[in-house]
Design a protein around this ligand. Structure first.
Ligand code: ADP
Ligand code: ADP
Length: 217
């Protein structure tokens, strides 16, 4: 049975940072819906153009296109053992669709780490985020700057600020999260899969708590 770990939490809390680390230790693919949309945007696909109109406003891309993009991604061979899902699902309809598609792929959501932090921390983190152009490696201007200004430590590509990481758009995205994604907390709590993680700690400490709680599950 393939193992799926859903990382839940508001924008800027550290899901992408932890997902990359977890993907290495757990030997599972990292599937980030935001990265997939940005890849489509870079390649100027129809999906990328459609997604951009929502992303720029800090709104969610419609469920149908998001679900089919994820379905396509997890049907690839590198997800045979499962994946870390980062940024998906974000609505109850997406969570229902995930359950159905995982049955088909002989997998299940095993555990849902729910990472939290206060809104001022989320805004400070997301608005100071710098993202690598080539592969989406994540930096922070204050908390985790690249060794050389604006150059990715890993692949040498340009490091840029996402258009939707301006304070106003981040604030809107947090509002959208509370409106549309927060119901998933109860959804997964009822299934006994939720583990709450304090995301205010340093990256390494969040990782330690995450790994320890995954072991317990
Ligand atoms: P998310 O995927 O939840 O939006 P990211 O992992 O992209 O969050 O992190 C948002 C920003 O906060 C990035 O700039 C990242 O470097 C920084 N960050 C992530 N985790 C921490 C942490 N525990 N402490 C300080 N900064 C962090
Ligand atoms: P963050 O890391 O800060 O949470 P993401 O990179 O996950 O941000 O998402 C950026 C944008 O991509 C979102 O504001 C939204 O427009 C779109 N997006 C990402 N994932 C989803 C999803 N599961 N459903 C709908 N829209 C999504």
């Amino acid at each position: 049975m393939a193992t799926y770990i859903v990382l839940l939490g508001p924008p800027g809390v550290g899901k992408g940072t932890q997902a990359r680390l977890l993907s290495e230790t757990q030997k599972l693919a990292h599937v980030s819906s935001g990265d997939l949309f940005r890849e489509n945007l870079k390649n100027q696909t129809d999906l990328g153009k459609l997604a951009k109109s929502y992303m720029d406003k800090g709104e969610l891309v419609p469920d149908d296109v998001t679900i089919s993009m994820i379905r396509d991604r997890i049907s690839r061979p590198d997800c045979e053992a499962g994946a870390i899902l980062d940024g998906f699902p974000r609505t109850p309809a997406q969570a229902d669709a995930l359950e159905i598609m995982l049955k088909e792929f002989h997998g299940a959501v095993n555990v849902v780490p729910y990472i939290t932090a206060a809104e001022n921390i989320l805004i400070e983190r997301a608005s100071g985020r710098w993202t690598c152009r080539a592969q989406g490696h994540i930096y922070h201007e204050k908390f985790n700057p690249p060794k050389q200004a604006r150059v990715c430590d890993v692949d040498g590509s340009e490091v840029y600020q996402r258009d939707d990481d301006k304070v106003e758009t981040v604030t809107k995205r947090i509002r959208v999260y509370f409106d549309q994604t927060i119901p998933l907390v109860e959804y997964y709590r009822k299934e006994g899969k939720l583990i709450e993680i304090d995301g205010t700690q340093a990256v390494e400490d969040v990782t330690k708590v995450l790994l320890a709680s995954l072991k317990k599950k």
